[in-house]
Design a protein around this ligand. Structure first.
Ligand SMILES: [Cu+2]
Length: 251
């Protein structure tokens, strides 16, 4: 269910996109397919017009109503593509700027050469301060939590992203060294993680399962192995997972 089989793509009756497992995914897919149908229809139309032009007798005089064949179709195309672009921007912004849920689950995502780390704020619901100079993956502190900040003592850091199905999530993307690309095809999410910036990405996962988190920026020699798992659990299983992490975090 989670990962669609890609081998018989050419013969498959269904659209060969990865399974949709987020609330905003279907509207993005619909817009993509609408764009492809419009492009295919315009391609066919252009060839029909070209064929008519080739087969019809050549005119000896220039047509009087040039604007009908030039400016009218041009205006139509400008409006069509502007409309499609605006709709695409609205869909893009829905996971960045609009529709943020104040009650969303907060998780920090940190990309580094060549791994993803995920941090949950713990029972105090506040992330502790971090300092890249304190980052020490070998000592269990890959994101550099400052021990001097009491908010950080209950923070939970994991190498897999575990989220409950049906709840809004607000990811804050960071990068420690170079630009990494956070991408989960089944969630229809793709966003660069940039050093020195915190970029928010919000969405609601819907379908429990295990999905691959990829890095889509060529970030160094180990780029190919920069992957992590996203596990979407039913809410009760998520609560149990979080509780097990919290007891594990207490010294
Ligand atoms: Cu990377």
């Amino acid at each position: 269910m989670a990962i669609s089989p890609h081998a018989p793509v050419l013969l498959a009756a269904r659209w060969p996109l990865p399974a949709d497992a987020s609330a905003h995914g279907p509207s993005l897919d619909q817009h993509l397919i609408l764009n492809l149908w419009i492009a295919a229809a315009l391609l066919a139309l252009v060839h029909v017009i070209l064929l008519i032009g080739l087969l019809s007798r050549r005119r000896t005089r220039a047509p009087r109503r040039g604007w009908v064949v030039e400016y009218l179709p041009l205006s139509f195309l400008i409006l069509l593509f502007a409309g499609l672009t605006i709709q695409a921007e609205i869909l893009w912004a829905a996971t960045r700027y609009t529709g943020a849920n104040p009650a969303a689950l907060q998780v920090e995502v940190t990309g580094m050469q060549f791994a993803w780390y995920f941090r949950y704020p713990g029972p105090d619901a506040t992330f502790g301060r971090t300092d890249p100079k304190l980052a020490a993956p070998g000592e269990g502190n890959p994101v550099g939590i400052d021990p001097a900040d009491s908010h950080g003592t209950d923070d939970i850091v994991t190498s897999e992203l575990v989220l409950p199905a049906g709840r809004a999530v607000d990811l804050r993307l960071n990068a420690q060294d170079v630009i990494h690309g956070f991408a989960v095809p089944e969630m229809r999410l793709k966003q660069n993680a940039v050093p020195g910036e915190t970029i928010h990405l919000h969405f609601t996962p819907t379908t429990p399962g295990t999905y691959a988190i990829l890095c889509t920026q060529l970030c160094g020699t180990g780029h190919y192995r920069m992957q992590a798992n996203l596990r979407i659990l039913p809410p009760a299983a998520y609560s149990a997972w979080l509780a097990s992490k919290q007891t594990g975090a207490t010294p």
